[in-house]
Design a protein around this ligand. Structure first.
Ligand SMILES: Cc1ncc(COP(=O)(O)O)c(C=O)c1O
Length: 394
């Protein structure tokens, strides 16, 4: 098998999204309703098959792969994915996951005791942990902007950052989630990156949920560091994220440093190139976005009509993440406490007893349900989710 061969999906564009593509292209357990794509992604069958071929090819001659093939194969994949995220290949590399961004970027900044690291209460726990760790290690101080729901507006978010940076010149680096999790707020990163630049604050953007969900043009965006998982919305096997670094911050041999990850499984990176082809061949981001948003809109109408006492999490329209939607779990007979334990309990009951996979979380003394819409979902999935929640929470 030739590793550089472009991927072709024989009948990609022909398939109906919804049940048909789920049955043909995905390996999901037919008994389950999957509405939690944002958590761990999902690999389509044709890409899974391609990965097996790649692994077999590697095993047929491991020395040949690691000595003579891996670099070129990896570079081909970087170039392909660079096109997908609006980057020149030289600014991009692969890392295993979005979380690694925090550690790598913070480590490179040589923070001092007098410096500050900025996060928010919506920062994902993995990068919050990295920030706290580096603050402890260097003596730098951690600053946090607190947001409460309903959020007021995009401008209000920008104002809060501006106020914090005005009041705190010590802040040298800001960690900004592109799409917050689990709260699904699409942060105004364009404006926030520009703001950071004018204040000489380095921006570390955590775009774990972004590639394959929102269009990206990283070379235009010009953050200092940007990471995004390909293994969530980009259909790759787990263990594949992009890492974009501003050219001013490249060390000599920046890409090769990241390429050399010793003896590891390179197949998720190699498959990323094929995943970009897969997306193209099923109709591209335009077709995917149109389907996912239209299913989401139908779902929202249905949920608001059927579930008494629910509402959407208060996020202004222009800050909503397109494929992740959050609604309130209605007041129920206190079977589920409105805290972390209650959320875990309800999630498990929905998963195990109702075979419905959604993400339940506690926020502001209330339980919320986050569901995703993707090309393999259809309206019956939404009905199933609503029925399960009605049964548990009425
Ligand atoms: C905003 C954000 N950052 C980081 C992560 C962690 O991603 P990974 O486990 O791939 O590092 C997630 C996972 O959901 C996330 O939503």
């Amino acid at each position: 098998m030739d590793m550089y061969k472009p991927f072709t999906h024989e009948d990609g564009n022909e398939k109906q999204f919804g049940k048909e593509i789920r049955d043909c292209d995905f390996m999901y357990d037919p008994k389950m309703t999957f509405l939690n794509h944002g958590a761990f992604g999902g690999v389509p069958r044709p890409l899974f098959a391609r990965r097996l071929q790649v692994l077999e090819r590697i095993e047929s001659n491991p020395d040949e792969f690691f000595e003579y093939l891996v670099l070129q194969t990896w570079q081909t994949a970087v170039a392909k994915v660079a096109g997908f995220v609006g980057s020149s290949p030289s600014n991009l590399t692969f890392i295993p996951n979005a979380t690694s961004n925090g550690t790598i970027a913070l480590q490179s900044l040589n923070l001092q005791q007098s410096d500050g690291i900025l996060i928010t209460n919506l920062t994902h726990e993995s990068l919050r942990f990295s920030a706290a760790h580096f603050a402890k290690l260097t003596g730098a101080k951690l600053y946090c902007i607190n947001f409460t729901f309903p959020l007021i507006s995009k401008q209000d978010i920008i104002d809060k950052y501006q106020e914090m940076l005005n009041d705190t010149p010590a802040i040298k680096v800001a960690i900004i989630d592109h799409i917050t999790s689990p709260t699904a707020v699409k942060m105004p990163i364009e404006e926030l990156i520009k703001l950071c630049r004018t204040r000489n604050v380095k921006s570390i953007i955590d775009g774990a949920h972004a590639p394959g969900q929102v269009p990206l043009n990283l070379d235009d965006l010009q953050p200092d560091f940007y990471s995004g998982n390909m293994h969530k919305w980009g259909f790759t096997p787990r263990g594949c994220a992009i890492f974009w670094v501003h050219p001013e911050l490249h060390d000599q041999g920046f890409q090769l440093e990241f390429f050399k990850q010793a003896t590891r499984d390179y197949s998720p990176f190699i498959i990323a190139g094929a995943a970009v082809d897969y997306i193209d061949q099923i109709g591209g981001m335009a077709r995917i976005t149109e389907y996912n948003i239209s299913l989401r809109d139908k779902a929202v109408q249905y949920i608001l009509k059927e579930i008494k006492g629910t509402e959407l999490l208060g996020i202004p329209e222009d800050l909503r993440s397109p494929f992740l939607t959050i609604f309130k779990i209605p007041e129920c007979q206190s079977k589920y406490e409105k805290n972390k334990e209650g959320s875990l309990h309800l999630r498990k009951v929905l998963f195990v007893e109702h075979k419905v996979d959604v993400y339940i979380f506690a926020l502001q003394n209330q339980l919320w349900c986050r569901f995703t819409t993707h090309i393999y979902n259809h309206f019956k999935d939404i009905i199933k989710m609503v029925e399960a929640i009605q049964k548990e929470c009425s």
